[in-house]
Design a protein around this ligand. Structure first.
Ligand code: UDP
Ligand code: MN
Length: 642
């Protein structure tokens, strides 16, 4: 009996042991599975190309990440100790991601972040004009390159080069000889030059100020108003205050909130005492004689808003490049601004070199406007966030509400075009939100054309409505004209897309699974069309119109054309009926896109796909039912949408 009991106990123990082992095995199996799974996920094939912007981008990263990524030393792994921009202000004030929603919500949403460097207050040595010390030890060549790279990331241009250039350099005179003989009125209105800045580099900011002081006649220069839009860089704090205190007519105002370009300029406008406001970017250089012709035009008609010819300072070399006349400001259906040079100037007489041209829009670099007129049209839209689109909004506002705009050829100001944009705001959707305001306030039914070409804006608009009540109220009370008037009277050259359902959108090719695309690297005229992954952003939108043209690009100014067997783009013409070489027919049933003149079909070839043609592209071939000749116009935004 006892023996039996002992045997049973041993058996029980063995069973327990087995059960225990089995448990272990199961647990380790489950664990290894989990591990493998997570590994798999990280190495997973991304699958067919996603349409990234059809989904909302996740909200802005955490504040700490933003601060770290701003530090060039951390990003590039190089020691940039000499560029201690934080030496005075060890605290960085970074707006939280909510702060971009509305200026009102911003209150209290700033977070104080310690960048993890010494907190002892450092008094920086005062700088003398034109020589800011940037290195403590002689840098090696590669060290210098890394430094320049990090500086470019920080400012959007090569500040190392800019530092070496005098704050008082004189630009070569690019004016037409006839400008030198121009006479201006003796009593021009006074001007307040308003220079807003947010974390501008020292050298470019001070060169802007000095170039105004060196070129503007004293009798017309009321003041230079420097408006600090909550900069964080140490060199823009007490050193700048001290520096500016020695300059005649220069006042420094500091905002306690981040206002953005428009808001900051409006603050300057309320502080300004001059009759005329000159809004100027914080990285400009004025040419001799730039101010008088601008003031003259405004004095003659107070509703005229004017701009000089904006020359270009290279972001890398700081070389000056004069802009060719004639030039005027325009924007496209994605609401991006451009300076346009190849347009028809009405007058061809001898005066054309000195006479201003009317301009559908003006860039933000330098805008000159009568102070009363500015306030009477409501100034920059106070609902615009940080940066982007404000110059287009002001342009439509000025034109629609009784003013006009022009570029004045005898006035030149140079502007540093940034290498990368935008570099000073964390939220990628800011620009789209500003564009949504323009579309909803000013464009009436034409806004649909915009939303089809900017699908990110469309999706943002679907989930939130901008607060534009006050703007619409002002628009009504001022009796501003509608966008149809603007398009027909001010900017009749802008092609108005027809965007017919199933004849416009992304041109999707069944055989390659890609979309018709115009590679960016090429010059536009005669550039060859190709296929590329469908972007889903609206950037590949095209429109087969009632004139049988396939219009391409955000201005719709390019037409699908033929060069040999290749499909290319060329500038569309006004000629009616349309040149038969530019006429196309879309057969919905077969998906064939037929070149009318040759009766050949458009076939998509991916690079290296077919042995006989190494380069990819769109080719005209005898019509077949091959999937490479099958196309769909895919509308990304429903015709009634937005
Ligand atoms: N700016 C500002 N607050 C901002 C963003 C920009 O005051 O939130 C200033 C900036 O320093 C510059 C002007 O506004 O003087 C226009 O900005 P930027 O030059 O970056 O625009 P871009 O010329 O590149 O279009
Ligand atoms: Mn600028």
């Amino acid at each position: 009996m006892r023996l039996w009991i002992r045997a049973a106990a041993v058996r029980r123990r063995v069973i327990c042991l087995w059960l225990l082992l089995l448990g272990f095995a199961l647990i380790s199996l489950a664990l290894s599975d989990l591990f493998n799974q997570s590994q798999d996920q990280s190495h997973q094939n991304p699958g067919p190309p996603r349409r990234p912007l059809l989904q909302r981008i996740p909200s802005a990263p955490d504040l700490e990440i933003i601060v770290n990524s701003w530090d060039p030393a951390l990003e590039l792994g190089v020691d940039v100790a000499p560029l201690e921009s934080l030496q005075e202000d060890q605290l960085l004030y970074v707006p939280s991601s909510q702060s971009t929603k509305s200026p009102l919500q911003r209150k209290g949403s700033y977070k104080v972040i310690l960048p993890g460097v010494s907190k002892e207050p450092v008094t920086p040595a005062p700088r003398t004009q034109g020589e800011k010390k940037i290195t403590e030890r002689p840098p090696l060549k590669d060290r210098e390159t890394a430094l320049e790279l990090s500086v470019v990331q920080k400012f959007g241009f090569n500040e190392v080069v800019s530092e070496r250039i005098s704050l008082h350099r004189t630009l070569p005179d690019a004016r037409h000889p006839e400008c030198l003989g121009e006479q201006y009125s003796e009593s021009l209105p006074s001007a307040s030059v308003i220079i807003c800045f947010h974390d501008e580099a020292w050298s470019t900011l001070l060169r802007t100020v000095h170039s105004v002081l060196d070129t503007a006649p004293k009798q017309y220069l009321q003041e230079v108003l420097l408006v600090d839009d909550l900069s964080t860089h140490g060199h823009l704090k007490s050193v700048l205050t001290e520096y500016v205190s020695h300059l005649d007519r220069v006042r420094l105002i500091r905002s306690t909130k981040r206002l953005g370009v428009g808001g900051c300029r409006s603050l300057g406008a309320t502080e300004a005492a001059g009759e005329v406001l000159v809004f100027m970017d914080s990285h400009c250089e004025c040419q001799k004689g730039w101010l008088e012709p601008l003031l003259e035009r405004v004095a003659q008609d107070r509703t005229r808003v004017v701009s000089p010819i904006m020359d270009v300072i290279d972001w890398q070399t700081f070389q000056y490049n004069a802009t060719q006349w004639p030039v005027r400001g325009v924007f496209d259906w994605r609401l991006d601004f451009h300076w346009e040079s190849n347009f028809q100037v009405q007058r061809k007489d001898a005066d054309s070199a000195v006479l201003p041209v009317m301009s559908p829009a003006l860039g933000g670099g330098v805008v000159v406007i009568d102070r009363h007129f500015y306030h009477s049209v409501g100034g920059y839209d106070p609902g615009m966030l940080l940066w982007g689109g404000e110059q287009i909004e002001l342009s439509i506002r000025v034109w629609s509400c009784g003013g006009s705009m022009e570029v004045v050829p005898c006035s030149h100001v140079a502007h540093v075009d940034h290498h990368q944009l935008p570099y000073h705001f964390p939220d990628q959707e800011v620009l789209q939100r500003n564009k949504i305001r323009i579309a909803d306030i000013w464009m009436d039914a034409y806004r649909k054309i915009f939303y089809r070409r900017d699908t990110l804006a469309h999706f943002i608009r679907q989930s939130e409505s901008p607060n534009i009540t006050e703007c619409l109220h002002l628009k009504r009370s001022l009796g501003c004209r509608n966008f149809h008037w603007y398009l027909t009277t001010v900017y009749p050259q802008l092609y108005i897309p027809q965007d017919r359902p199933s004849l416009s959108g992304e041109l999707y090719n069944v055989g390659t699974g890609s979309c018709a695309d115009l590679p960016r690297v090429q010059g536009l005229q005669g550039a060859a069309m190709n296929v590329a992954p469908c972007s889903g952003t609206g950037s590949q939108h095209c429109d087969l119109n009632a004139d049988s043209e396939v219009r391409w690009g955000p201005m719709g100014a390019l037409c699908l054309d033929k060069e040999g067997e290749r499909v290319v783009v060329s500038l569309c013409t006004k000629q009616r009926p349309t040149n038969s070489r530019l006429q196309w027919k879309f057969i919905k049933l077969s998906g064939q896109l037929v070149h009318q003149q040759s009766q050949l079909c458009v076939e998509a070839v991916k690079e290296g796909e077919i042995p006989q043609s190494s380069t990819g592209g769109l080719f005209l071939r005898p019509c077949t039912h091959h999937p490479r000749q099958q196309w769909h116009f895919e509308q990304l935004v429903a015709p009634k949408g937005a």
